[in-house]
Design a protein. Structure first.
Lengths: 399, 213, 186
C-alpha cells in the first residue's frame, strides 16, 4: 500500500499528505469520516464481466480499496461430477466457461485418455485442433466487443459479436450446437467435417481478416482507446510468478508462456505457432497481444484446414462408455485458452465415476487477487475497462 | 375510503424488516406492495398495446443465458426492431430476463432487483434450469423452480435457447401483455407471504428489507 | 528430473513418487516438511508458478489429500506435491507468504472442504456460499441430491434414468452390456 501515498495517475497527482492515513504500512480507511464512499459495482451492473461484484471504497472517483465477491454462478460442478459417470460429465464441463467451452471438453477428454491409456487417431487430433482454434477466435471476437463496450464504443461490439455469430454457425454445422458443442469425447471426436465445410471456413477467415483490418483502424489505432488503455493496470514481470498470472496477461509483460508452444498438445507441434509478447504490460499491450493472437489463430486455421487428412478414423477403439471404469491414478491436463492456462486435475479411484475433478481456470487469480491489486488507484470509470482487459470469466472462478 | 379505514389497513400491512439492523430500518419502506387494478377496460387495453411495444429489459446476466442476449443485440437478430432495448438499472426496466440457473447467492439479488423494478413488470425465464433445475437438478446451490420465488410470465426451454427462440419468447410475451394476462406483479402482491416464505427458506442470511421499492 | 528427485530425497523423506508423463510428476511428502520443500522448489529449482492448490477427499482412509501443482517455466515440467492430512482435524500450514494468490485457494478449501489454514488472510470469509449451515459441501459424506430434494421444490414430472439401464431397455438392447463399443460397420 506504500504506493498509495504518492499516486500519480495520468499526469494528475493527488494530494495524499492528509489521507489515507497510514498505520503500519496499511491505509486506515474509516468510512464514518465521510472522506470515503463505499460503492458496489455489480452483480447487477453493466460494467462488470459476467455475474460478479466488486466492493469499492472510493475517494472522489479514485478507488482506494477493492474487494471482489464471487460465487453468484456457483453450481457445484465438481460435486456433481463426482455423482456422474465419466461420459455424463461432458454436458457439465462445457458449461464451465461459456464463451469458450471447447477447451474444457479437450482437457477432460485428454485427462480421461491419459488415465486410461488411449491413443487418439491422427485425424481426430487435427479436428480437435481446428475446433480449439475456432473457439479461440470466437472468444477473442467477443472480448474485443467487450473491451470496446467498456470504453463506450458500441459499434465495435456490434461488428465483432455479429461476426462471432457466423463462427457459431460454423460450430453448429460442425458439431450440432451453437454455444455448447460437446464435440470432443474420449477417444476422438463425434463427427467428421460436413461437406463443403473447409470452403466455408476459408471464406469466413477472409471475412474476419477484413473485419480485423477495420478493427485495427477504428479501435486499435483509435486515440481515445490508446489514451484510456495505455498505462492502465500495469502488470510487472515480478507479479507474474507471485500471482500466478498466465496467458496474454503474462505475455504482455514479457513472460514467454504459451502452452501451445511450451507443452504442445494435439497437433500444435506441427503448426507454426509464434510466441507473441510485449514488454509494456498495460491494458493496451494486452489488447494488442489479443488482437495479434486472433490474427494468428486465423492463420493457424488456414494451416490446419490444409493439413486435415481426408481419410482416417475419428475415434479410437473404445470400451463401452456406459460402464467404463478408468484405472486409479491422477493427472493434470492443461491447455491454452484465450485467458491463459486452463487445466483439469482428475483423480480416479478405479470406479465408474471420477473421484475428483478440478477445473483450474485462468480467471481464478486474474479476477480476484490481481484485480484487487490493480484496481487500487485507478479511476472508477476505468474499472470496467480493467476488468475486461484482464479477460475475466466468472463462471470458471466459482464453477 | 375514509381515514379510519386507511389507518387500519396501514397498520395491518406493516412489514417487520427483521433482517436489517434497528437503526437502518427507517431507511427502507415497511409498507407492503399494493395491488394495482385495471383502471378501465378500454384504457387498459390501449396501455397494454403500448407496453407490449416498448419492452425495456434489465441487463443483469444472472447466468449463462446472457451469452445469447448479446447476439440478439447485433444486426443479425436485432431485437431493437421489436422495441426491446437493454437498460442498465432496474428502475428503468420492465422485463427481467433470468438467464438460466440461479444460485442461492444470485436469487437474493434477483429478488431485490425484481422488487426494485417499476410496475408493470414481466419476467422471462431462459433455459431448462429455471423450469425444473435442468442438469443442475441435484446441485446444492441452484434452485429448481423459479416460479416459487418470483412470478414468471414466459419460459423459454432449451439449453441454450437459440436467439430465434428468444425472439419467439418475446413475441409470446407481447401477445400475453396485449391479452392482459401478464399479471405477475399483482400475483406477487397477492401471494406476497407465500413468496417471502419460499425466499426466506433458501436465503439463510436474510440481511435485506422485506420489500424494496 | 531424476536428478531433482534424488536431490529432494536427500532433503526430505519422500513417501512416494509417481511419473505420470514426461512433463508431469507427483511426489508425496510429509505434512511438516511441505513448506521446506515448496520454498526450495520455488527459490532454487525454478518451480515458480503455483497452478493450483486443491484437496481430494479419501473418506475411506480418513484422509484429505492436498495437491500443490507447481510448474517450471524453463523446463516446462509440472510437479504435483501431495500431502495427506487427517480428515477429522483438518488443518494445514498456510503458504500465503510464498505465493500472493495462495490465500484464494485456502479460502475456497476452508469453505468447501472445511480445511483450516491458520494465519491465511481472509480465510474465514465466505467465498461462493452465503449463509451455509450444513457440513462443507465438497466432502464426500455430504449428499447433494438429498439436500436439493429437501431444500428446493421439485417440479413434478421430471424423471432421471441410469444410462446403462435405460440403454438396455430402450435403445441398444444387445450392446449395453458389451465391454466394447460396436458400430454398424463392424
Amino acid at each position: 500500500m506504500s504506493n498509495l501515498s504518492k499516486c500519480k495517475y495520468r499526469g494528475y497527482e493527488a494530494d495524499r499528505s492528509k489521507y489515507p492515513e497510514m498505520e503500519n504500512g496499511k491505509a486506515v480507511i474509516d468510512l464514518d469520516s465521510h472522506k470515503y464512499t463505499k460503492i458496489w459495482q455489480g452483480p447487477q451492473h453493466p460494467g462488470v464481466t459476467g455475474n460478479m461484484s466488486v466492493e469499492l471504497i472510493v475517494n472522489g472517483d479514485e478507488i482506494v480499496h477493492a474487494k471482489t465477491h464471487v460465487g453468484y454462478l456457483h453450481r457445484g460442478f465438481e460435486k456433481l461430477m463426482e455423482r456422474r459417470k465419466y461420459i455424463q460429465c461432458f454436458p457439465l464441463v462445457c458449461r464451465i466457461c461459456v464463451p469458450e467451452p471447447d477447451t474444457n471438453e479437450y482437457c477432460v477428454s485428454a485427462a480421461m485418455e491419459d488415465l486410461a491409456g488411449i491413443t487418439v487417431p491422427e485425424k481426430a487430433l487435427w479436428l480437435r485442433t481446428l475446433n480449439l482454434e475456432m473457439s479461440r477466435v470466437a472468444s477473442f471476437l467477443m472480448w474485443i466487443g467487450g473491451q470496446a463496450g467498456s470504453l463506450g464504443m458500441g459499434t465495435i461490439g456490434q461488428w465483432t459479436v455479429g461476426m462471432r455469430d457466423f463462427w457459431l454457425d460454423l460450430f453448429e454445422e460442425m458439431t450440432g450446437g451453437r454455444v455448447y458443442h460437446m464435440y470432443m469425447i474420449p477417444g476422438g471426436v463425434r463427427k467428421d467435417l460436413p461437406a463443403g465445410f473447409k470452403e466455408k471456413t476459408r471464406e469466413l477467415i477472409t471475412r474476419t481478416g477484413k473485419l480485423m483490418d477495420d478493427v485495427d483502424k477504428s479501435f486499435m489505432s483509435n486515440v481515445i482507446v490508446k489514451s484510456r488503455l495505455q498505462g492502465l493496470g500495469i502488470i510487472t514481470p515480478e507479479m507474474v510468478d507471485e500471482y500466478g498470472i498466465v496467458g496474454p496477461n503474462a505475455r504482455a509483460c514479457g513472460r514467454e508462456c504459451d502452452i501451445r508452444i511450451n507443452n504442445p498438445y494435439v497437433k500444435y507441434d506441427q503448426l507454426d505457432v509464434k510466441m507473441i509478447t510485449s514488454t509494456v504490460g498495460d491494458a493496451y499491450a494486452r489488447a494488442q497481444i489479443r488482437y495479434q493472437e486472433l490474427r494468428q489463430s486465423l492463420d493457424l486455421m488456414s494451416q490446419i484446414l490444409d493439413r486435415i487428412p481426408e481419410k482416417g478414423a475419428i475415434q479410437a477403439k473404445m470400451p463401452n462408455l456406459v460402464n467404463w471404469k478408468i484405472p486409479a491414478g491422477q493427472t493434470y491436463i492443461k491447455a491454452e485458452s484465450t485467458r491463459g492456462e486452463h487445466g483439469f486435475y482428475m483423480v480416479s479411484d478405479g470406479s465408474e465415476k471420477p473421484r475428483r475433478v478440478f477445473a483450474r481456470g485462468a480467471s481464478y487469480t486474474h479476477a480476484i487477487a490481481v484485480l484487487e491489486k490493480l484496481a487500487v488507484n485507478i479511476s472508477l470509470s476505468d474499472l470496467a475497462a480493467l476488468m475486461v482487459s484482464l479477460h475475466t470469466c466468472p463462471p470458471e472462478i466459482e464453477r | 375510503m375514509n381515514k379510519k379505514h386507511m389507518d387500519e389497513i396501514e397498520n395491518q400491512m406493516k412489514l417487520a424488516n427483521a433482517g436489517i439492523p434497528e437503526k437502518e430500518r427507517d431507511l427502507f419502506a415497511d409498507a407492503r406492495p399494493v395491488k394495482v387494478d385495471p383502471f378501465n377496460k378500454y384504457y387498459e387495453g390501449f396501455l397494454n398495446w403500448a407496453r407490449s411495444r416498448s419492452l425495456w429489459m434489465l441487463a443483469f446476466g444472472t447466468g449463462c443465458g446472457a451469452i445469447e442476449l448479446r447476439p440478439l443485440m447485433t444486426s443479425r437478430y436485432d431485437m431493437s426492431r421489436y422495441g426491446i432495448a437493454p437498460r442498465p438499472t432496474p428502475r428503468q426496466a420492465s422485463v427481467f430476463i433470468i438467464g438460466g440457473y440461479s444460485s442461492i447467492k444470485t436469487i437474493k439479488r434477483i429478488v431485490r432487483s425484481y422488487e426494485q423494478m417499476q410496475g408493470p413488470k414481466y419476467v422471462i425465464a431462459l433455459g431448462s434450469c429455471t423450469i425444473n433445475g435442468g442438469m443442475y437438478y441435484d446441485s446444492y446451490n441452484t434452485i429448481n423452480r423459479l416460479d416459487y420465488y418470483i412470478p414468471v410470465d414466459v419460459y423459454i426451454a432449451g439449453c441454450m435457447p437459440r436467439p430465434e427462440a428468444l425472439i419467439a419468447g418475446f413475441n409470446r410475451l407481447k401477445e400475453k401483455i396485449r391479452a392482459g394476462e401478464c399479471e405477475g406483479m399483482n400475483e406477487y402482491t397477492e401471494k406476497f407471504d407465500w413468496y417471502k416464505s419460499n425466499q426466506k427458506q433458501i436465503i439463510k442470511d436474510w440481511n435485506m428489507p422485506d420489500y424494496n421499492w | 528430473m531424476e536428478q531433482l528427485i534424488r536431490k529432494i530425497k536427500g532433503m526430505v523423506s519422500l513417501k512416494a513418487y509417481i511419473k505420470q508423463r514426461d512433463d508431469l510428476h507427483f511426489i508425496t511428502v510429509k505434512k511438516e516438511q511441505l513448506e521446506l520443500i515448496l520454498s526450495h522448489l520455488k527459490n532454487n529449482e525454478g518451480f515458480t508458478h503455483l497452478a493450483f492448490l486443491q484437496a481430494v477427499d479419501f473418506i475411506e482412509d480418513g484422509k484429505f489429500q492436498l495437491t500443490y501443482m507447481l510448474c517450471n517455466y524453463e523446463t516446462n515440467v509440472n510437479l504435483g506435491v501431495l500431502v495427506l492430512i487427517d480428515r477429522d482435524k483438518a488443518e494445514m500450514n498456510s503458504i500465503h507468504s510464498l505465493w500472493a494468490h495462495a490465500w484464494q485457494y485456502q479460502r475456497e478449501l476452508f469453505e468447501l472442504y472445511g480445511i483450516d489454514f491458520p494465519g491465511s488472510p481472509r480465510v474465514h470469509e465466505s467465498f461462493v456460499l452465503e449463509g451455509w449451515d450444513e457440513i462443507p459441501p465438497m466432502r464426500r459424506d455430504f449428499d447433494t441430491l438429498e439436500y436439493s430434494d429437501q431444500t428446493f421444490y421439485q417440479r413434478p414430472g421430471r424423471s432421471t434414468n441410469d444410462p446403462a439401464e435405460y440403454m438396455k431397455e430402450k435403445m441398444y438392447k444387445n450392446y449395453a452390456a458389451s465391454p466394447m463399443i460396436r458400430r454398424d460397420n463392424e
